[in-house]
Design a protein around this ligand. Structure first.
Ligand code: PEP
Ligand code: MG
Length: 881
């Protein structure tokens, strides 16, 4: 026998052994260790799974010996025998990875039953119906999970009997009929598989363990891991545990509960219980269960014991717990506990409340909340001040409002969602196979299942609105519609769901922006007290600047002035400027643009005063402001066809020539950024003048402003020096004209590899640097930022050539190294030079952490990401300093 240990009795493990025993195994061991009522069992570790998968589905030597030896200890412990006819030991076989992947892998219950042991179970319990019900369930589950047969075929047999007997519930089927159902099940297996349902319990166990290991690589688990960035090499453990029976009568049942409300974070026991039911019935959402509070009336002593256990678990783990339990003849058994998945709102509330309750520290609270997840708090809600006309109400399973076209299948939801359509996935209940559709849907509506059903759990995790258990809707999948009474809603019709209240409305309803809770404000205040990085906003309008301030921005790190050129009334003037034949003509157009730009800068500097505003001079290639060439060609052809005025046609043809002369093979590497400023200095001069004149005006109004004028796409200090000269020249003119001295600095973006490498030379001339990591990623990786994400990055991710999209998560190794070089060189030349980042990465938690590590001064991101960046900056400090 191999000396390597693969199998651990629950008594041998603890919660720190999560990577080896999986989350479920480690916590079952921990609960056993602290004396909670856990049915005895053992765990086959994740190493066994990984070795099994790596060897091409062969068990590592020693694993099965250890399994059967642990099983004999369970036999000794319980006094039952595995496969023993008169006193059979039955077990559950469950997956459990180190990272929770709810419902993604397989589970088998009641294993150990066969034609003989079922009789023993019947005699032992004096309950024949119960025994045959277990056997029926076992055959169905085993056939589905291990033998890979469709479970519908089995459901149809049960339904047929229920119809025949005019019964509503499964548990009403008498033993005699269950026996017939079992015969039909066995026949189905023989016909489907060409062999009999296995009667050897050891064979059952070995096959079940293999099936659980194999389920690590089933399609839905793979998709879930990709979505949640879970390492494919973790593997799953397998937990083998004595069965506790929730289906032995009305004093039995099974439930799931959270120690706090996972939607709101309120401190209240929250969950569901299903009387006379087993294992997966609640989670699967097949029957709609009763709220956990009803347990107080039904089984008061169990309820009290359960409350005490929940409290003990929360105090022990110091976090919100998600618990599975079973009650067998009035006795409570704990089957699982784990840190509960929760909405962003609940996460923030629970963390802040736990600080007031003295359970955790402020720093722990800051680290508890997933920075990316709080993005959800900033999303839309249904406007309750408007009278709504709900067509149905279901369970409020995941907050936020979603509006979209009704779609009934996940593939279609994925297809349309990917194409940019807004869809709401409507299903009777979802299964893990629907996950790809849920990803692309705005929200999910189900007609069956509780708040802990698959749809609810998955949607909450993704921050998608979800209404479930909406039983008023009757779905007709072949008819591609659903009914609510007389009302028919067809595929493609628009509905709105309100995941906060469970309401379903026809059409689109008004929505409002969210308000931030006191707990959220408190958490972000603590984040500000902790973080070192400043957080600024990328904002181009006074409105954006104002919103950014509300979210806590302390300055603007990037104001893209080209956005101001796009406005309807300005575009013709911008076009005149571009098409000008002489300097005079261009200056005339620029003089008109100056008026607009001065107002722009006045507004934005005022909205952010007294904080700094980085104003970047014009960056994109000029042809972006001109009409599309193809459209113009068509227009000319049309005019000619209609014999239009030849002067008009000539005008259009001139425009076409200009567009052609401006067009470039690689505009992103072309005539843009400071290259525009060097070829047309009058454009940058106009912009600089607009900034200075706006500042003069604000000074007269006693508003103190700080402008940081920024030159884009610099690759050499000579470019910077030349343009600096132009800007300072304009400043001298404004100063002489107004008699006002202004506070401003000149700096540049670092968005080309060469600029990073000559950052010391640039630092000698510039007052600040901002990493433009969008362009820096493009130019470092040689990935076109306009095309790569649509064309090949998904393939690179799929093939695991890259781990993350480099335009979303900073590529620390490549782009990051250039940033480090730039930082060291710049600070070597000018110790206190201000350095920040304003590419999209400025709002991504991992990238924010990197910026903290290399010692930048600030990150700048879009207004809605500011809270994310504030929290991420605090977490970066706590995790790295
Ligand atoms: C960048 O390149 O990262 C940047 C912020 O500038 P833009 O996205 O406008 O090119
Ligand atoms: Mg750029």
């Amino acid at each position: 026998m191999s000396s390597k240990k693969y199998v651990y009795l629950f008594e041998e493990g603890n919660s720190d052994m999560r990577s080896l025993l999986g989350g479920k195994g480690a916590n079952l061991a921990e609960m056993t260790r602290i004396g909670l009522p856990v049915p005895p069992g053992f765990t086959i570790n994740t190493e066994a799974c990984n070795e099994y998968l790596a060897s091409g589905y062969e068990f590592p030597s020693g694993v099965l010996d250890q399994v059967f030896s642990a099983l004999s200890q369970l036999e000794a412990h319980t006094g039952k025998g595995f496969g023993q006819k008169d006193n059979p030991l039955l077990v559950s076989v469950r997956s459990g990875a180190a990272v929770s992947m709810p419902g993604m892998m397989d589970t088998i219950l009641n294993l150990g039953l066969n034609d003989e042991t079922v009789q023993g179970l019947a005699q032992l319990t004096g309950d024949e119906r119960f025994a045959y019900d277990c056997y029926r369930r076992f055959i169905q589950m085993f056939s589905n999970v291990v033998l890979e047969m469709e479970h519908n075929q089995f459901d149809e047999i049960v339904e047929k009997f229920k119809r025949k007997l005019s019964l509503i519930f499964d548990y009403e089927i008498p033993a005699s009929e269950l026996k017939q159902i079992i015969s039909e099940y066995k026949l189905l297996v023989r016909q489907g598989k060409g062999s009999d349902f296995p009667q050897d319990v050891k064979e059952q166990l070995v096959l079940a363990i293999k099936a659980v290991f194999n389920s690590w690589n089933n399609q839905r688990a793979i998709v879930y891991r990709r979505l949640n960035k879970i390492d494919d090499n973790l593997g799953t453990a397998v937990n083998i545990q004595c069965m506790a029976f929730g289906n032995m009568g009305q004093d039995c049942g099974t439930g799931v509960a959270f120690t706090r409300n996972p939607s709101t974070g309120e401190r209240e026991l929250y969950g569901e219980f299903l009387v006379n039911a087993q294992g997966e019935d609640v989670v699967a959402g097949i029957r709609t269960p009763m709220p956990i509070s009803r347990l107080q009336e039904e089984l008061p002593s169990v309820y009290q014991q359960f409350l005490d256990t929940c409290q003990k678990l929360e105090n022990h783990y110091r976090d919100l717990q998600d618990i599975e339990f079973t009650v067998e003849k009035g006795t409570l058994y704990m089957l699982q506990t784990r840190n509960g998945k929760r909405t962003a709102r609940a996460s923030v509330k629970a963390a802040v409340d736990m600080v007031s309750e003295g359970l955790i520290s402020k720093n722990e609270a800051l680290l508890r909340v997933d920075a990316e997840q709080i993005n959800q708090l900033l999303h839309r809600q249904v406007d309750n001040s408007v009278k709504l006309d709900p067509i149905a109400v279901g369970l409020p399973a995941s907050p936020g409002a979603a509006c979209g076209k009704v779609i009934f299948d996940a593939d279609m939801a994925e297809k349309l969602g990917e194409a940019g359509e807004k869809v709401v996935l409507v299903r009777s209940e979802t299964t893990p196979d629907d996950i790809h559709g849920i990803i692309y849907a705005q929200g999910v509506l189900t007609s069956r299942g509780g708040m802990t059903s698959h749809a609810a759990v998955v949607a909450r995790g993704m921050g998608k609105p979800c209404v479930c258990g909406c039983e008023a809707i009757k779905i007709d999948p072949p008819g591609k519609c659903f009914y609510i009474g007389e009302l028919i809603i067809r595929e493609g019709d628009t509905i709105t769901i309100d995941g906060a209240t469970g309401r379903v409305m026809l059409g689109e309803v008004p929505m409002i922006e969210p308000t931030l809770s006191d707990e959220f404000e408190a958490l972000l205040r603590w984040a500000d007290e902790t973080k070192r990085l400043a957080v600024r906003a990328n904002a181009d309008t006074p409105q954006d600047a104002a919103r950014a301030r509300e979210f806590g921005a302390k300055g603007i790190g990037l104001c893209r002035t080209e956005h101001m050129f796009m406005a309807q009334e300005r575009l013709p003037i911008v076009q005149e400027m571009i098409l000008a034949e002489s300097l005079e003509e261009r200056e005339a157009a620029l003089a008109r643009l100056l008026e607009f730009q001065r107002d722009d800068f006045y507004g934005i500097l005022k909205a952010m005063a007294p904080y700094p505003v980085t104003i970047r001079l014009l960056d994109p290639p000029l042809h972006e402001f001109l009409p599309d060439k193809e459209t113009l060609l068509l227009e000319i052809a049309d005019l000619k066809y209609q014999n239009a005025d030849h002067l008009v046609i000539m005008g259009k043809e001139d425009l076409l020539k200009k567009i052609e002369s401006l067009s470039e093979a690689n505009p992103m590497l072309g005539h843009r950024g400071c290259r525009l400023g060097l070829t047309f200095p009058e454009i940058y001069r106009m912009q600089a003048r607009a900034v200075f004149e706006a500042m003069v005006q604000l000074r007269q109004e006693k508003v103190e402003t700080l402008a940081e004028i920024e030159i884009p796409l610099v690759m050499d200090v000579a470019e910077f020096v030349y343009l600096k000269g132009e800007i300072l020249d304009v400043y001298e003119e404004v100063k002489t004209g107004s008699g006002v001295e202004l506070q401003f600095v000149l700096g540049t973006m670092l968005e080309l590899p060469r600029a990073c490498i000559v950052a010391d030379e640039l630092a000698a001339e510039a007052e600040f640097f901002s990493f433009g990591t969008n362009d820096l990623t493009q130019t470092t990786l040689g990935f076109s930022r306009d095309d790569a994400e649509g064309k090949f990055i998904p393939v690179y991710l799929e093939k695991k050539i890259i781990k993350d999209n480099p335009f979303a998560v900073l590529d620390r190794k490549g782009v990051g190294s250039l940033m480090r070089i730039a930082e060291e060189k710049a600070r070597g030349a000018k110790k206190n030079i201000l350095m920040g980042i304003c590419g999209e990465h400025g709002g991504d938690p991992s990238s924010v952490e990197f910026c903290h590590i290399i010692g930048l001064d600030y990150v700048s991101c879009s207004p809605y990401r500011i809270p994310v960046a504030r929290l991420a900056a605090a977490q970066a400090k706590l995790n790295n300093d």
